[in-house]
Design a protein around this ligand. Structure first.
Ligand code: NAD
Length: 280
């Protein structure tokens, strides 16, 4: 039976360490470290995520300022807001909550955040720095995922990691981060043939497809570390990409959904906000 990787417990431990960092920041700068969150429209899931981030900031001593914009905001206006936050001396990090309404060019909006304040690590400069292995803001979910893998104590060098999903914000940064940590990485996606043949060879399996219970017990190598990033909402419940109840009989370690990667994503956001001064 797999050991459960409890993201809530690990996130709380990290957040308590960050409280000290936030106090040091405040003493050094004479103000709290500041995060600006831009929320466009009324997507219920985004509203919940932003409220959670606000609560978490407060708990560690980061000032969060939420900018709520109407869902029909013009692109130019949104770019103006981001530009003003980029030059605001009391703001250390800027986060644009995704997804954005369809009339907005997400890549352009996210790319407008100054690299030094890009706490999501999504702009081209930070993506480039991550691939060089240079100091940068690491995308929060990927960073949380790596922390969970490291918490098992398994040797990463030479381990075969299979990542399901290749999005710019989750799959690719997860794969890059595992590669930077000397894993041998296979990236799979919706066009991959014989997915199960690949996943069965994984010492570390990371699922980020957004397909309820895509990963079944027969797709998992006995003893593997299984990290489930996927979130699918159905029948008022949240499901991961992994068939948890059956896969836990095969895996060595497994994250639950909810309570695995989700809390770690928020903790890593706070960490990124407090580390922005290292990235300039
Ligand atoms: P996305 O839709 O942009 O990308 C999904 C990826 O999965 C794509 O690359 C696609 O090719 C691949 N894929 C889809 N179906 C597949 C299949 N059957 N077999 C193999 N590959 C398949 O989504 P995303 O933004 O990368 O997010 C992925 C999932 O992670 C979503 O469920 C999202 O809600 C969740 N998520 C969770 C957190 C968290 O903190 N827990 C954070 C971000 C995203």
């Amino acid at each position: 039976m797999a050991k459960i990787l409890d993201g809530k417990v690990l996130a709380e431990k990290i957040k308590s360490e960050l409280k000290t960092k936030a106090t040091v920041f405040q003493k050094k700068h004479g103000r709290k470290c500041g995060l600006a969150v831009v929320l466009v429209g009324n997507d219920p899931a985004s509203e919940i995520y932003v409220a959670n981030k606000e609560k978490a900031c407060e708990a560690v001593g980061i000032a969060s300022i939420i900018h709520k914009c109407k869902d029909n905001i013009k692109q130019d206006k949104l770019l103006e807001l981001i530009s003003s936050l980029n030059s605001d001396k009391n703001i250390d990090g800027v986060l644009v909550q995704l997804p954005l309404p369809k009339h907005l060019d997400s890549a352009k909006i996210v790319g407008a955040v100054a690299p030094a304040k890009d706490v999501d690590g999504f702009c081209a400069a930070n993506v480039g720095n991550l691939s060089f292995g240079a100091p940068c803001a690491i995308p929060c979910t990927a960073r949380g995922c790596l922390e969970l893998v490291k918490s098992t104590g398994i040797k990463l060098a030479g381990a075969h990691a299979v990542v399901i999903g290749r999005s710019n914000i989750v799959g690719k940064p997860v794969a890059q981060l595992l590669l930077n940590n000397d894993c041998t990485v296979t990236v799979t996606h919706s066009k991959t043939r014989n997915l199960a043949d690949l996943t069965r060879t994984a010492d570390i399996l990371v699922a980020a497809a957004g397909c309820k219970h895509l990963v079944t017990a027969d797709m998992v190598k006995p003893g593997a570390v299984v990290i489930d990033i996927g979130i699918t909402r159905a029948d008022g419940k949240i499901f991961g990409d992994v068939d948890f109840d059956r896969v836990r009989d095969v895996a060595g370690y497994i994250t639950p959904v909810p309570g695995g990667v989700g809390p770690m994503t928020v903790a890593m956001l706070l960490k990124n906000v407090l580390e922005t001064e290292n990235h300039i």
